[in-house]
Design a protein around this ligand. Sequence first.
Ligand SMILES: CC(=O)N[C@H]1[C@@H](OP(=O)(O)O)O[C@H](CO)[C@@H](O)[C@@H]1O
Ligand SMILES: [Mg+2]
Length: 528
Amino acid sequence: MQGSLAQRISLPACCHPLLIHTARDCWYTSAALEMMELEDKDLLRKQAALFPLPKGVKFSYGTAGFRTDAALLPSTVFRMGVLAALRSLCTKRATGLMITASHNPVHENGVKLADPSGGMLNVAWEPYSDMLANAPDVENFLQIVEHIVKRENIQSGNAASGEVLLARDTRPSGEALVSAARQGVEAVRGTVAHDMGVLTTPQLHWVVRSFNNGVPASESDYFHQLSDSFRCASIDGDADRLVYFYIPEKHEDGYSGPVCTLHLLDGDKIAAIFGLFIIGQLHILAGSKSSVSDATTAHKAVVPGYGEVKFAVVQTAYANGASTNYIKQVLGLEVATTPTGVKHLHKKAEQYDIGIYFEANGHGTILFNEIFSQWLQDASVQQKEAEHRQAAKRLVAVNEMVNQAVGDALSGILMVEVVLRYQGWSVEQWDSMYKDLPSRQLKVKVKDRAVIITTPDETRVASPSSLQEAIDTEVGKYKGGRAFVRPSGTEDVVRVYAEASSQQSADALAQAVCVLVYHLAGGVGPEP
Ligand SMILES: CC(=O)N[C@H]1[C@@H](OP(=O)(O)O)O[C@H](CO)[C@@H](O)[C@@H]1O
Ligand SMILES: [Mg+2]
């Protein structure tokens, strides 16, 4: 840029402010500018005098703000407080000021400004930052402020019309620097500062943007927005059970009973998506063209170099019938059934090369047997086709990620997220793999729950036989009905489970079976 400083500053106000940018090595000295109101100037002068420029230092706004040893920064931060206030008055919207030196040593600190949009300070204003930060004395500083006010046509007012949101990182120097920034903001008449405390830089930017958009803008609103944009996972008290859920946009199941807008993706659905992912990888390894929806060919995964991979999903009688159908018929997988309780499911799953087991209530994991694990490890390196090596690698990764000692909600979440990402699915798409049959689970108190003896798979009562006959008659009244009872292994009750084609029917069937248990197996207390 050619021309003397005097020439440059006498350019008309409409010229691009970047022209002034070249003046950063010189001090602004024009007296030709109109003065701010006397009282505004007095306040600024008084406050600015508290923050003298350290000797022999030259500041530069750099890529995204000033950054240096924290001890050198109070004057710069004060002045940036003033600039943030001017920018706010100019735009008639809130701006932001962040005190941070990011990853740099703790004795350093820095300041950067956020524009009303929530983005970085408008580059056209960066030259002002440099000029203000380097003004050698108070009078010079005031002249630059006057210049900005005039050039940007800033109307300072009596009413608080400017707002600056301040935040800092956790450095020990942060609090004092925020105080300097606040004094800078409030030295500009009509402007107030809001201290938002410790925030990350992007949080401060988000807060500024939200504030200006008139939406809730606190730190907790930030976290709510983040968490609300996920659908949710729920883990139980000791983190060995996992379910997902989401609230759909609109309630579409037509159920007229108690309002329930929550969609639950339970252990059955987790087993289904894990099954889908694993059979997909086995098909790749098998070089099979069959798709998961081609049940007739999908049944067996015969992998060259290994043979048939024994792969099954293990469930209990509580698995929703729709999940069992889906896993068998759509995924083409073997489904094995065991009595309730992880100890039974785990033992069964160990009988396969890969065994997925899940109880509907979210207990479950995936087991790989040792020989197959070793084969996968080798295959991930030795398979000729890159696609086959990749499929083996994915299974090796699953083998390492899942907790094979017992069901583990934390590793389960990671596994679900990985598979959703691999499939490119939302939680809603996952949910739509199949639609749960309406079901109801109830419990009945009896004198002695041990009077009920079930078949090994717990789906039928072996004794008293009159109870099973009565249940069969009741089930026969409901289209697609299924019901079973069993003594709980953890509570002093008999559990009743019913499924039917509508929620009303499932409720009615469960209720009717409760009454049968009460009468035929020594119910106590009032009739259910
Ligand atoms: C229907 C049901 O949810 N039963 C639960 C419950 O067993 P019961 O035997 O049904 O009380 O607690 C077990 C231990 O937590 C769990 O494994 C099982 O799934
Ligand atoms: Mg638990």
